[in-house]
Design a protein around this ligand. Sequence first.
Ligand SMILES: [Zn+2]
Length: 81
Amino acid sequence: MIRCEDILREVSELLDDEITAEMRIQIETHLCACRHCKVLVDTTRKTLTLVSSYTVLELPEGVSARLLDRLAKHMESGPSQ
Ligand SMILES: [Zn+2]
């Protein structure tokens, strides 16, 4: 059983498709039950889409400093391919 802090830890991997199918199922199950995490993942996904589409960092309210830090690192590392 995964918890909210697990979602926080895995969210960047989830959005990058760097998690196992089993972990994805567990996360999806958690998101169905936890609105807070669902909003977090949706917001992060939209932010990443914005960043990659326009390379403009427009951050919605509610994105935590830790996530911003991850986003910044994600951008610094550039495309994975
Ligand atoms: Zn949660």
